[in-house]
Write a protein that binds this ligand. Sequence first.
Ligand SMILES: O=C(O)CC1=CCC(=O)O1
Length: 262
Amino acid sequence: MRIADLGDVALHFREDGDPDGAPVVFANALGTDLRIWDEVVALLPAGLRAIRYDMRGHGLSACPPGPYSMGALVRDAERLLEFLGVTDCVFVGLSIGGMVAQGLAVKRLDQVRALVLSNSAAKIGTPAIWAERMAAIRAGGIAALADATMERWFARPYRESPDCALWRHMLTRQPVEGYLGCCAAISGTDFYTPTSGLSLPTLAIAGSADGSTPPDLVRETAALIKGSRFQLIRGAGHLPCVEKPGEYAEILTAFLKETGHV
Ligand SMILES: O=C(O)CC1=CCC(=O)O1
């Protein structure tokens, strides 16, 4: 277990693989923590430095009072990479993690060589949708939305598996303040214009059954970036790294080869 004390926030992170290897950094989705990458990281080729962290307000990272801004989340990633001495990484961000990836690439191209925008977009939902979700959580806690969240996260066969119950626990045990803080950050983010100016190797991944960031939305964001390509994982929802880790790792490995990272 490792903690980066960044002053106003302490982030929990984990490193696997070769400490001298080419860095690949993973940022998690709303309501999740770094365990969503467990199976994918285990399937990556040897020789990489795989770094994953819990976004503020999630997992074992500190949970400062919200609301959070996307600028603060991007700054967390930037400072974590500085803390670890990482430059030139492939940054893999899922959903809100993919928004952080876009913001980081706009701000610190020296830190990022290539992006993986997994189940993410330049803008996710609308302020009204996020306000409604936040009100429901304030009234009933995260558990009140757990069934609906499982429907967005996973396609039906996986939803009926015993593993799904474990991921539900992960969701409902996230700090409410951290979850709401990140909802506010997503609600206030529209990266359409800054992301349109990006030009770097980018892989956009979508799940055919994703109820949060459907394939067309992910494809639209990919189309903004010069040097991007789009890949669909069939039969997967919003967390294909959990639901289809083998396919996800294969797709990611092929991209890492294309970018010369392995
Ligand atoms: O809808 C969800 O809960 C999934 C999600 C949206 C943004 C994010 O990071 O996860």
